[in-house]
Design a protein. Structure first.
Length: 220
């Protein structure tokens, strides 16, 4: 999505802030270690045969505000919380606009999907993918579809990592500076009676370059 209304300067600050967090010493990041889904960590290993996810992650509930676990919100870098707050507000407005447009395209009132949502929650997920010496053995994130309603993804402009599955083939999503990737989730596919499709996707690793992505899950 382009012409989405989110200031480019905010998107740059958001990526810079998230990258600076992942560059902190491990002991600093472990202050926010995963507790009941939220927090900092890596994907668990359950089997010797498991194809590993090559990424560091940070999950935070952002909406409704009273659901935030502020003890898991990093205090470094110093502008992180203010930047996240601003980005949360902008992506919430964008998500409401997109839901309205999707409702109208489906021949419904503009607030139909939003009303179906009921109580709205928003989860933020930061992902950091270091350079990987054996990209044939690991994925950044294994194939999946998003379980919720709508996902707004901000990714690096320089490094290709996201792929979507179309007719059994994995298609790279080329980054466009200033653009956002909008994904339909499983719940919105059901709410639209299959008119809008939830797409299977994955993230691949790069042997030379790192990559970050910031996903906002806007869910019922």
């Amino acid at each position: 999505a382009v012409n989405h209304g989110i200031p480019g300067s905010l998107m740059v600050r958001m990526k810079k802030t998230v990258r600076e967090f992942f560059e902190l010493p491990l002991e600093e990041k472990l202050k926010y270690e995963v507790k009941q889904v939220e927090g900092y960590g890596q994907v668990s290993v359950f089997s010797d045969n498991q194809k590993l996810d090559w990424s560091d992650i940070m999950h935070l509930t952002t909406l409704p505000p009273e659901s935030r676990k502020m003890n898991l919100w990093p205090t470094r870098p110093v502008d992180l919380r203010a930047t996240v707050d601003e980005y949360v507000s902008e992506t919430q407005k964008l998500s409401i606009t997109i839901l309205g447009l999707l409702s109208e395209i489906a021949g419904l009132k503009s607030d139909s999907f939003l009303n179906m949502y009921g109580k709205i929650s928003q989860l933020m997920s930061w992902n950091y993918y270091p350079p990987c010496p054996r990209p044939d053995l690991v994925l950044g994130i294994t194939p999946h579809s998003d379980g919720g309603g709508l996902t707004v993804l901000l990714q690096d402009d320089e490094t290709v990592g996201l792929q979507i599955c179309k007719e059994g083939e994995w298609i790279p999503v080329q980054p466009i500076p200033g653009a956002l990737v909008i994904n339909i989730g499983d719940m919105l596919e059901v709410m639209s009676n299959g008119r809008y499709k939830s797409v299977e996707h994955r993230a691949v690793t790069n042997i030379e370059r790192d990559r970050i992505s910031i996903a906002m899950f806007y869910d019922p």
